[in-house]
Design a protein around this ligand. Sequence first.
Ligand SMILES: [Zn+2]
Ligand SMILES: [Zn+2]
Length: 243
Amino acid sequence: MKAVVLQAGNELAISEVPEPGIQRPDDVVVRITKTTICGSDIHIKHGMLPGISPGTVVGHEFVGVVAEAGSGVKKFRPGDRIAVAPTTWCGHCAYCDRGEVAYCPHGGVWGGGELFGKGLGGAQTSYIRVPYADNCAIPIPDSVPDEVAIFVGDIFVTGYTAAYEARIRTGDRVAIFGCGPIGLSALLGSWQFGPRQVICVDMLHNRLAQAKDYGATVINARDGDVLETDKGGHQGGGGGCGD
Ligand SMILES: [Zn+2]
Ligand SMILES: [Zn+2]
């Protein structure tokens, strides 16, 4: 199968790689139907993430259809549409028990090389092996198309987590700097916590138009000092999340 593979000198190229198979009973193999390019993939391209060597298939955001399921998989069977988290976790170590699955020593990030990925394949290809499938995959309802479900794994939850960590409370004013996919997800996430206003700052009209569609008050940073432009001023209760 073809895949986007990191080359020497941080180049990316489409190369032939072997198709994955079931290795352990809790694996599924997924036929990928949609995948994306994340900002983290750009960091790999720019050589900013260590421990990712040439030959690594990149990509960690994907949805697909279960092609094959191991004998120990309880939740999924071939033909199921699933969305998958950008990391895997074992579900039974001390970190997983505390809900800190990102620290699971048995898990990794898809396409994260030796350091972050611990040998997990990348998603910018046709098939991927998903270990611990019952933990890190969720079913996609028939009513949700792939191009919507794909936000669940990484992009939306990153923005939502920024809003969550900002500890927004009912009636707060919130500022979001940067309205790319993560910033827009932070905007949608912010509304879940009941702020009276969300101010989105960017320098691109198309992004600001989208933020406005999602209910934000928008400020174009090209128009001058952002704090001056925000004539409402800071009356307390502000939060902030970044792109
Ligand atoms: Zn990502
Ligand atoms: Zn674990």
